[in-house]
Design a protein around this ligand. Structure first.
Ligand code: NAD
Length: 298
């Protein structure tokens, strides 16, 4: 049974646009909200691109066209959220932006509306007090390239009512996601709690020159059966995120300072930004780690 009909996506950037398209593609009534007309113009371009991606991926151009045409765009928050059953927040990962957003939203949203945050690193309990409805507030976290990597991590904070955890989990299923409900709040949810330590350890092995990236990946892939190693992942993520994260901690963590310097010198300065630039730790479109012979020798 569909609990929710009218869905609002706030913030139409990389993830917000994907969440909006995925939701419209599953026949929900979707409003897209962003701060100004320039942001909406960019959002419409993203949607145009997503229309092609969905048409090709699901081999159904008509359905993708219908989803594209069905989206409504707003720059007025009160208008956008009128009658909404669920608002999914995908505004930038900055505490003060999210605090302000929830404070403004609380003033104009209907009492019935459930709020969900797509934040990757911040916890619902950090913002619950600004929402005016802590019991109807939780995290619903999607992965980049949502149409293919269709996990949805559902995570309440101590005051979230289980009823809304269940409703949002059901909604996630209805838009084609495989939901994972966390029993407690956890920074990084399940995926990043596992992936980030692995990636950090791999980077450290490279930075301290214990082994080169391909050797590290090969060891991990042969030993665990994983289809991609940590440096293959770095290429998928792109160099900017690990560089910025290491730079952020460079003052306090010596390993982060060395990692930021090495990523800049060996990768960014050489234009090796990852899959999107055609080269990172591997060259694309056919990276060496996908060659069947890669795992047969060292
Ligand atoms: P982004 O920078 O691509 O997009 C953010 C959008 O929010 C922009 O369109 C911007 O104009 C808009 N915005 C700024 N202030 C706003 C406000 N007050 N109200 C409404 N919109 C506002 O960011 P993103 O990568 O899409 O990330 C958004 C959220 O999704 C973050 O919390 C991030 O942690 C999370 N997330 C990102 C990824 C990813 O791979 N990019 C994956 C999972 C989750």
């Amino acid at each position: 049974m569909m609990n929710y009909k009218k869905i609002v996506i706030a913030g139409s950037g990389v993830l917000g646009s994907q969440i909006a398209f995925q939701t419209a593609f599953h026949d929900f009534d979707v409003n897209v909200y962003d701060v100004n007309e320039e942001a909406i113009t960019v959002a419409k371009k993203r949607m145009e691109n997503l229309k092609n991606v969905y048409g090709t991926f699901f081999k159904d151009e008509k359905r993708a066209e219908k989803a594209f045409e069905s989206l409504h765009y707003f720059t007025d928050l009160a208008e956008a959220v009128k009658d909404a059953d669920l608002i999914i927040e995908a505004v930038p990962e900055r505490i003060e932006i999210k605090e302000n957003f929830y404070s403004e939203l609380a003033k104009v949203a209907s009492k019935k509306t459930v709020f969900a945050s797509n934040s990757s690193t911040l916890l619902p309990s950090q913002f619950a007090e600004y929402t005016g409805r802590p019991e109807k507030f939780l995290a619903l976290h999607f992965a980049n390239e949502i149409w293919e990597k269709n996990t949805a991590e559902v995570m309440g904070h101590p005051e979230t009512d289980i009823k809304y955890v269940e409703e949002v989990t059901e909604f996630a299923r209805e838009i084609g996601m495989i939901p994972f409900v966390l029993k407690k709040e956890q920074s990084g949810y399940i995926l990043n709690s596992l992936l980030v330590p692995l990636l950090t350890a791999a980077m450290d092995l490279w930075v301290r020159d214990i082994a080169d990236p391909q050797t590290i990946d090969k060891n991990w892939m042969i030993s665990t059966g994983a289809p991609v190693g940590p440096f293959g992942f770095y290429d998928i993520i792109g160099m900017e995120t690990p560089y910025n994260l290491n730079l952020m901690h460079a003052e306090t963590v010596p390993e982060s300072k060395l990692a930021a310097e090495k990523i800049k010198k060996e990768m960014i300065d050489k234009g090796k930004m990852g899959v999107n630039s055609g080269e990172g730790f591997y060259t694309y479109p056919n990276p060496a780690y996908q060659d069947p012979n890669f795992l047969k020798q060292n």
